[in-house]
Ligand binder design. Structure first.
Ligand SMILES: [Zn+2]
Ligand SMILES: [Zn+2]
Length: 357
C-alpha cells in the first residue's frame, strides 16, 4: 500500500455490491481524529443500506461502509480533544450536529437537528452516508465520538458500539418495568447479534427471568450460553408456552429485536398489563395502537434507536469486567463479500467482524 492511498469497502451505487477500493489517505484537520481500524462489525443495517433503492435513504453515494468500529488513534487534528495517539478506542456511531442539547448530553442518536441534517444528506454517522470503518483508516469528526477501551480486544470492542450499545439502550428503555423482582419475566425475541448481548446485559444488571424466542435452534443454544433461563422456537403455540413460564401473568417487558409482523403479534400476546414493549428490530411489522385494542391496558411502547455516549461507556465497562462477551465470527476485510453472503443467509453465529488484512 502506498502512503497516500488506503483501502476502503465502498458503496459506489445503490443496490451494491460494495467494492474494496483504494481511496486517498485522510488527513485529520481541526477537531478530527484519524483511527487505524483494527475491527469493524457487519450489521443487518449494512444490508439495508446496500440494498436501498436510490432516494430511499438520505445519503449520497459513494461512501465507505462500517458503523461498528474499533482501533487505535493514529493522528489528531490540531484542535482534537479526547483520547491520545496510540490509545485503543471504540467509535460512537451515530453522528449528530454535535451542538444541540441532545448531542451535548451525548445522545447524538436523538439529535434535535436530525431532520435538518437529513435534508442536507450529510449522513447519519460512520458508514451511514459518511465514510465508515470497513477500511484501513477511519476519519472521525471529533474526539467526543471516541470511548477508550483499555486492553479489550478490538474484535470484542467493535460490536459493542452498535450491537452492544443498542441492546443496552433497549434494556435501559424498559428498565422501570424490570424492578428487582426475581419472579418477573422479560421476553427477548431474536437472539442474533443484538439479542445475545441483551440476554447478557439483562443477567448482569437485573434480577428478572430471561425467556428467549428464535426461529433457529443454534440461536437458542447461544441464548442459553449467555444465561437465558428458557428458550423456545417460534411456533403457533409459543405465546401459550411463554405465558405459562410467567405463571400465567405475562412478561413485564418484551424486547423485540426482529420487529416483524409475527414477532410483534407474539410480543402483544405475551405482555403483562402495565408492561413495556420495546421494538428494536426493523422487520417491517406494524402495531396498531388503539384504546381499547389488542395491547394490554397500561402498555408503554418504545422505539429505541442505538444509544448514548454515556451508555457506550457503561457497555465498555461491562465488557472489561467480563460480564459481556460478544460471540464473534472473524473475516478478513478482503473477504467482506463472503461475510455479507453469510449474513444474508442467516448463518453467522453472533456477530461477523471484519479485520483489515
Ligand atoms: Zn448496526
Ligand atoms: Zn444535535
Amino acid at each position: 500500500m502506498s502512503t497516500d492511498r488506503t483501502r476502503a469497502l465502498r458503496l459506489t451505487r445503490w443496490g451494491g455490491p460494495p467494492v474494496l477500493t483504494q481511496v486517498p489517505r485522510p488527513i485529520p484537520s481541526g477537531e478530527e481524529v484519524l483511527i487505524q481500524v483494527e475491527a469493524a462489525g457487519l450489521c443487518r443495517s449494512d444490508l439495508h443500506v446496500m440494498d436501498a433503492a436510490p432516494g430511499g435513504l438520505p445519503y449520497r453515494v459513494p461512501f465507505s461502509l462500517g458503523h461498528e468500529v474499533a482501533g487505535r488513534v493514529l493522528e489528531r487534528g490540531p484542535q482534537a480533544a479526547g483520547p491520545e495517539v496510540g490509545e485503543s478506542v471504540v467509535v460512537y456511531g451515530p453522528w449528530g450536529c454535535g451542538s444541540c442539547a441532545r448531542c451535548a448530553a451525548g445522545a447524538e442518536n436523538y439529535c434535535d437537528r436530525r431532520a435538518v441534517l437529513d435534508a442536507g444528506r450529510v449522513g447519519t454517522g460512520a458508514g451511514l452516508g459518511r465514510d465508515g470503518g470497513m477500511a484501513d483508516l477511519l476519519l472521525v469528526p471529533s474526539g467526543r465520538l471516541l470511548v477508550p477501551v483499555g486492553d479489550l480486544a478490538a474484535v470484542q470492542a467493535a460490536p459493542l458500539s452498535d450491537a452492544g450499545l443498542t441492546a443496552y439502550h433497549a434494556v435501559a428503555t424498559v428498565r422501570r418495568s424490570l424492578g428487582d423482582d426475581a419472579s418477573a419475566s422479560v421476553v427477548v425475541i431474536g437472539v442474533g447479534g443484538l439479542g445475545h448481548l441483551a440476554v447478557q446485559i439483562l443477567r448482569a444488571t437485573t434480577a428478572v427471568r430471561v425467556l428467549t424466542v428464535d426461529v433457529r435452534e443454534e440461536a437458542l443454544a447461544l441464548a442459553e450460553e449467555c444465561g437465558a433461563h428458557f428458550g423456545t422456537l417460534l411456533r403457533p403455540d409459543t405465546a401459550g408456552v411463554l405465558r405459562s413460564r410467567t405463571g400465567g401473568v405475562g412478561a413485564v417487558a418484551v424486547l423485540d429485536f426482529v420487529g416483524s409482523h409475527s414477532s410483534l403479534e407474539l410480543a402483544v400476546a405475551v405482555l403483562r398489563a402495565g408492561g413495556d414493549l420495546a421494538v428494536v428490530g426493523s422487520g417491517g411489522g406494524e402495531l396498531t395502537v388503539r384504546k381499547p385494542g389488542a395491547l394490554p391496558a397500561g402498555t408503554r411502547v418504545s422505539l429505541p434507536f442505538w444509544g448514548t455516549v454515556p451508555e457506550l461507556r457503561r457497555v465498555v465497562a461491562l465488557a472489561r469486567e467480563g460480564a459481556l462477551r460478544v460471540e464473534v465470527e472473524r473475516f478478513a476485510l478482503s473477504s467482506a463479500p463472503e461475510a455479507i453472503t453469510r449474513l444474508r443467509s442467516g448463518t453467522v453465529r453472533g456477530r461477523a467482524v471484519l479485520v483489515p488484512d
